[in-house]
Design a binder for this molecule. Structure first.
Ligand SMILES: [Cu+2]
Length: 130
């Protein structure tokens, strides 16, 4: 039992530390895949830090047809380029919401939100598109 508690503590510490480090980084990286984009979309998404950025962008990029996603920590908004014959705005909003993050149109999944590191549990009242 002690071992379990210890390993949980280690996981929590590591998670928290990496969270903090991510916050300090200049995160301008944009994930690029080989999808072809013929449309772009910009909308508000709440979040705090670099880890939020990576979770939000990963969720958007996981949608089939999405070529590129870039969330701005400062502006609380995401720019997504995608193939509009393969996906649409609703699917992208829903994928991000499923990862725990509020978008302009969809509330983030509460279960996913609770599973986010403490530093990523953003304020649900936060203004988007700052
Ligand atoms: Cu975060």
């Amino acid at each position: 039992m002690k071992k379990v508690i210890l390993s949980l503590a280690i996981i929590a510490t590591v998670g928290f530390t990496s969270c903090k480090n991510e916050t300090k980084q200049k995160t301008n990286t944009t994930e690029v895949s080989k999808e072809v984009a013929n449309a772009t979309l910009t909308f508000g998404v709440r979040g705090n830090c670099g880890m939020c950025k990576s979770t939000i962008e990963k969720a958007a990029n996981a949608v089939e047809g999405v070529a590129n996603a870039n969330w701005s920590i400062d502006e609380k908004k995401i720019e997504v380029s995608f193939d509009d014959t393969r996906t649409d705005a609703t699917a992208i909003h829903k994928a991000i919401a499923a990862s725990g993050y509020d978008t302009e149109k969809e509330s983030g999944s509460e279960d996913a939100y609770k599973g986010l590191p403490a530093c990523c549990q953003y304020d649900h009242e936060m203004a988007m598109n700052q």
